[in-house]
Design a protein around this ligand. Structure first.
Ligand code: FAD
Length: 456
């Protein structure tokens, strides 16, 4: 028998339930990836993710070849392409991971119907993209958890499935047409500091992280300059590293750092279960706060300055420039730049989320849109009106100013925490730095936001 495995956000051979099930009866397997032009049409393609994806596909193909198989790549509508491959290979079943977004769900439904009409079956596997299946735990009276802490408590008590070893042999039938794999070198406009993708790279990073660095995670995860987080997010986003396996390995490793890391992995599951239950939250407010976000020419100019990292608040600009350069931003930077845009500038979270999705190598609908909503106060945060003061944040999370000096070279001559408030320098010294004045007074931004939210 022949089975097809449709890879989506699960580009790995380790801990891969669909691949394991497809191989189950000694089957030949066609591992398939379909490049769907609708992703780009919907505005969800980005050069950084395209480049990282190319690495992941190359790594997956080489892992399959080591086992005797190979990856088949096609472009087009995934339903049409899967059906075509099924016919070419005369396969009787297709296996894939359950998705969380509305887009993924619709694709699944269309594929199921098309295959069934042709007398074949689709098997959709849970807990491939997330550690716990979305919807596996729910509070009484609702289809999802809207508050993180009770979700975390419940999630922590659930038994996760055991991680699966990579298969030793994968046999792929001959003669199935495949396009060339996309090459990273052909992707234009990639951030200079983008990490290398792929399962081998991700597994190496996970192993190194758990071997040592995780121990300092609890104390140092907010240290902007220390950069002491796992940087596993793009590997998790593309499924090059399995979330379930990461949780298992961190738990068996043990220690306060590993526990704090597991808690962050639970945040990932949390947002995915919100999006799975409320797919509209990718674009609509999860909770309406009656915001009338600023629009028009002035707001557009402010948005541009924020995007380009020239707000005049050094820590905000540093974080925005890290994003442009690496296609990744420290979580503390994401929090304070999102607060600055939505609360200090009072600009719609969708504008910020769109810019992040254009650049983030880990950019995904569940984590990006729902973290944006969390920070904008339209999401699941129980303190929707909290505003992060960028100067206080900078002094707390970049006390020596090293993060700012790294990303804002115009200010590199300023020593220590003085780098966070260049506007306080005496006139002649201030003039030496080619760096803008703050685009808005924090007190004015705060007053505007409080008025808008009826908090006067
Ligand atoms: P670590 O601190 O090492 O955490 C380990 C893993 O836990 C991460 O790789 C990630 O998978 C998960 N995680 C950690 N924090 C969160 C969180 N708040 N929500 C969900 N998962 C989390 N993360 C994305 O993966 N994709 C996004 O598009 C994304 N957009 C964000 C937008 C905003 C405005 C904010 C505030 C946060 C966003 N995050 C996003 C969450 C978080 O910032 C990143 O996951 C994290 O910075 C990645 O770095 P790391 O792998 O070193 O994280």
């Amino acid at each position: 028998n022949v089975s097809v495995v449709l890879f989506t956000s699960d580009l790995r051979v380790h801990d891969h339930p669909p691949l394991r099930a497809a191989l189950g009866r000694g089957n030949e397997v066609v591992p398939l990836f379909v490049r769907d032009p609708a992703v780009a049409r919907a505005g969800h393609a980005a050069p950084n993710r395209d480049a990282f994806l190319a690495d992941c596909l190359a790594a997956l193909d080489s892992a399959l070849r080591e086992r005797g198989g190979r990856l088949v790549v096609r472009s087009g509508d995934p339903v049409a392409e899967v059906c075509a491959v099924v016919r070419e290979a005369d396969a009787d079943e297709v296996h894939m991971a359950a998705g969380c977004s509305g887009f993924a769900r619709r694709r699944e439904d269309r594929l199921r119907r098309a295959l069934e009409a042709d007398g074949r079956r689709l098997y959709v596997h849970d807990a491939v993209v997330t550690a716990l299946p979305t919807g596996a735990v729910t509070p009484g009276g609702s289809d999802h958890y809207a508050v993180f802490t009770p979700y975390f408590r419940r999630w922590s008590r659930e038994r996760l499935r055991e991680p699966l070893a990579a298969p030793r042999v994968v046999r792929t039938p001959r003669g199935i047409r495949s396009e060339d794999l996309p090459a990273r070198a052909n992707v234009q406009s990639v951030s200079g500091g983008l990490a290398a993708g792929g399962e081998q790279e991700g597994r190496k990073r996970l192993a190194a992280w758990l071997a040592e660095d995780v121990d300092t995670y609890e104390e140092r995860h907010d240290d902007l300059a220390g950069d002491a987080t796992s940087r596993l997010s793009p590997y998790l986003h593309f499924g090059a590293v399995s979330a379930a396996e990461a949780v298992h390995r961190a738990r068996s490793r043990g220690g306060a750092g590993a526990e704090a890391f597991v808690r962050q992995l639970c945040w990932r599951d949390f947002h995915h279960q919100v999006l799975a239950a409320r797919p509209d939250a990718a674009s609509d407010d999860y909770r309406t706060r009656h915001d009338r976000w600023r629009r028009g020419t002035e707001a557009e100019a402010d948005l541009r300055a924020w995007r380009e990292g020239r707000t005049g608040y050094p820590v905000v600009d540093a974080a925005m420039r890290q994003l442009a350069h690496e296609g990744w931003m420290h979580n503390r930077g994401r929090l304070l730049t999102a607060s600055f845009l939505t609360k200090t500038l009072y600009i719609d979270w969708r504008e910020g989320a769109r810019h992040f999705l254009e650049l983030l190598v880990d950019g995904d609908l569940a984590n990006n849109q729902l973290n944006w909503q969390w920070m904008a106060g339209t999401g699941t945060d129980s303190r929707p009106n909290r505003v992060l003061n960028p100067v206080t944040q900078a002094k707390r999370y970049d006390p020596e100013g090293a993060y700012v000096r790294r990303w804002v070279p115009e200010l590199a001559g300023l020593e220590g925490p003085a780098v966070h408030e260049p506007w306080k320098l005496p006139g002649r010294e201030r003039a030496r730095y080619d760096y803008p004045d703050p685009m808005v007074e924090l007190a004015d931004g705060l007053a505007r936001f409080r008025r808008a939210r009826g908090q006067d």
